[in-house]
Write a protein that binds this ligand. Sequence first.
Ligand SMILES: Cc1cc2nc3c(=O)[nH]c(=O)nc-3n(C[C@H](O)[C@H](O)[C@H](O)COP(=O)(O)OP(=O)(O)OC[C@H]3O[C@@H](n4cnc5c(N)ncnc54)[C@H](O)[C@@H]3O)c2cc1C
Length: 397
Amino acid sequence: MEDKEDNRIPGLSNLEEDNWKDVRESVKILCGNFSGEYWRKLDNKREYPEEFVEALTKAGYLACLIPEKYGGSGLPLQAACVILEEIQRSGGNGAACHAQMYIMGALLRHGSEKQKNEFLPKIASGELRLQAFGVTEPDAGTDTLSIKTKAEKKENYYVINGQKVWTSRAEYSDLMLLLARTSTKSEDKRTGGLSLFLIDMRKAKEKGLNIKPIRTMINHATTEIFFDNLEIPHNSLIGEEGKGFKYILDGMNAERILIAAECIGDAKFFIDKSTLYAKNRKVFGRPIGQNQGVQFPISRAYADTEAAALMVQKAAKLFDNNISCGSEANIAKLLAADASWKAGESAMQTFGGYGFAEEYDIERKFRETRLYQIAPVSTNLILAYIAQNILGLKRSY
Ligand SMILES: Cc1cc2nc3c(=O)[nH]c(=O)nc-3n(C[C@H](O)[C@H](O)[C@H](O)COP(=O)(O)OP(=O)(O)OC[C@H]3O[C@@H](n4cnc5c(N)ncnc54)[C@H](O)[C@@H]3O)c2cc1C
């Protein structure tokens, strides 16, 4: 059951000031070529949405944050948010490629001019994909400073040994940003002894880098990566040794804001679908949407989504103006992930048994949006951030 665009419920948060109407409109048109059936088929087989990613790349959307001098369109984060929100609202899943937008930020902010000139134009054109980000490890989890993957400096190269888990899209990426240990935590207490590397996976495969896919409850192309004496050149290092953790923290605000925008798109997808279904589905001789028990959860989901969307916009604006936005980015991610989850829950309830049927796409989006309670940062860790950094309470971990 595909819906027409005019079934969309208007938003309050973007009526007043939507500077990106044209971008919104063109992304909506592009996504219109990729139906629910397209996503369902891929989800069923856990296949990568190659055609969709190709179309987004060709249209330049994945290069929107790369400055014009390196071949991108140099748009602000606010525009990138609109792009991802529209993809999710159309019923698609931007997680297949969203990282191509923001992982390059580490290279842009901390890479040498030589590295930027070598890689950014190719990333902008789509010739190279940089959408694998290797941070999480099996034994470290949320505690990033405890990662063990090691980069040992030799005369002509670094040798990498260790393991990453949940490195998404690695099979569909040419390059990978890797966080690895160059000294022990105790040797380098201030920075944790972590460094950031840009690895050319095309060269590394079969030479010490092995990728093992993990099948999950969603179609996310996520993997485990094993490093066994992988040699990478010295010029793979981004910025200075020991500053990797600081560099990734710089990029986390962008990631959190963009993923929050995706959650807003998911929530709007659920609200549009639930409202239409509630109007049309008749039980006891009248539309189910005439019952307050059905209306109210959708109304609440709408209100929560609009409020969260305002925080996403605020965080994105601060980011674009180079104003510190850690609290806003975290809160935007928390509220938007909660809004999409609640909207998904109300959609499941509104659809009754049909929520479980694959053809309505509710169950697929319900599974997909659940991820954002956990990744890229879990709800608990954001609450701990608020407690410690805003409320001034003692650090709990
Ligand atoms: C589909 C998917 C894709 C992913 N993609 C990537 C990727 O591309 N790159 C990458 O590096 N990582 C990726 N991740 C990893 C993701 O960022 C982590 O799963 C997440 O940060 C949580 O780590 P963990 O799973 O080890 O949970 P754990 O750290 O083991 O935590 C388990 C639970 O305990 C809670 N918890 C832990 N410590 C505390 C505390 N102090 N206070 C309160 N609660 C706490 C957590 O909130 C969580 O709910 C992905 C994960 C998934 C599932």
